[in-house]
Ligand binder design. Sequence first.
Ligand SMILES: [Zn+2]
Length: 546
Amino acid sequence: MTYTEIKEKGDKKYYYRVKSVREGEHVGKERVYLGANLSKEEVRKAEVEADKKLSGVVVEEKKVGEKKMEEKVGREEKGITIKKEQDPVEWYSQVCLKAGLADYGPVKGTMVIKPYGYALWQKIQDYFNKVLEKRKVENAYFPMFIPESFFKKEAEHAEGFSPEVAWLAQKDDKSERIALRPTSETIIYDSYSKWIRSWRDLPLRINQWCNIVRWEVSDCKLFLRSREFLWQEGHCVYATEKECDKEVILFLDEYEKLCKDLLAIPVLKGRKTEKEKFAGANYTTAIETFTPEGKALQCGTSHNLGQGFAKSFDISFLDKNEKKAFPWQTSWGFSTRLIGALVMMHSDNKGLVLPPSIAPIKVVIVPIWKKGDKNILKIARELQEKLGVELDDRVEYSPGYKFNKWELKGVPLRIELGPRDVKKNQIVLVRRDSGEKKIVKLADAEKEVEKILKDVQNSLYTNAQKFLDSSIKKVETWDDFMKAVKDKKMVLAPFCGGVKCEDWIKDKTRGVSSRVIPFEQPSVSGKKCVHCDKKAGVWAYFARAY
Ligand SMILES: [Zn+2]
């Protein structure tokens, strides 16, 4: 059965040809994008083309050596059918699905992280667990069920999270309501109130890797917006305000470093406005990046919670003079959104592009052989052993098919090895990011591969930095602000800092919000707020955000 599905977003209608596909026990949907805002005629034409792509089961018969092999491909694997510059939303979803990172879950707004996507999360975890160890933070786990009364203890926090909280409907008793954690401050601080007694217990630094539920999201955008996602949340307690302030920035700096070194993503670093700060915090700091979709993406936040939670949850300690004192607290986190940022930032019309530092497979060898050519395979295997990389020696697929597949999955470097190369004692190295080919001596493989991978890592970061720089527009008037917003820029503007003023900006622009007040500030003396003309206190970045 095939039908055409229409999805509306804003004033645009997107058309998809959809077919039910059965693979063993699984029934799924295969979708082909037809286009946006099409006329009836265009729809009919696009449907015919799409139906060819949805043509079903392909059975190939191939002779391999002496074995006769029958290969069944349930779904013809197609590359990315939409261009990034054409429709970044659809392009993004295709990259995530077709590279095998994730899939949609059965409940609205949920996602499945597939092994290849989870491998990226594990790389991030491995990297950050080392940071935690260095910074003397221990991992622990707290329940995901939070009693309603805990939320009520910190009024601002409760109000900030109330629209997003999912409540448990069925329980075995009639006691108070239970929430699924939208964040864990309250449940963790309940424990802290029992654990902390003396100044000797401080500083206390604990991190939790867990899932989070924020129910208000109904439209799932893989990795970027979903009702449930994975994250880490650090929760630290200090005896003094000075220590607390210092470590708010310490962990923010670690996030910036993670984005740069592991993900090749440059970020803007600063403080959130009063309106955008974390509910219950004294102040919030954040790192943000900007994607080719024209939206800002928050990559991590670090909050100074002051003494508010300590007072609400009665976390107190006896100081060195045996006097009762309230400690200072921080919390900080990043989530699986980082994977979304990674996909958005580097990938292209052939699929995923991964920086070598995070790629689960950094290099793949694809031998180009004729039937019975055992010599090529022998050399390929020796090379695989030496470099410790992936070898795609499957005989049932053509080299061309393999090139496409590994490109789609974003493997940073491909090594091709054909009969001519063997004769000349050489290999061909093909970069995923630029497509550039380089022929090198077989004996130099190790050295050359290492050099190129380093170069890929650097050039991905440099290109992303160039993109970020070119996306920032500095303005001082409201007209220029509106124009920059329309051009999908990250706007840097003088701002009064007022919550009401920011509400108005969001309202008038239908959703543009302040992102960060950068730590590095241009001079603001004599400048007026870009919106209300009051004296500007700071320069702030504004953009649409995920
Ligand atoms: Zn203002």
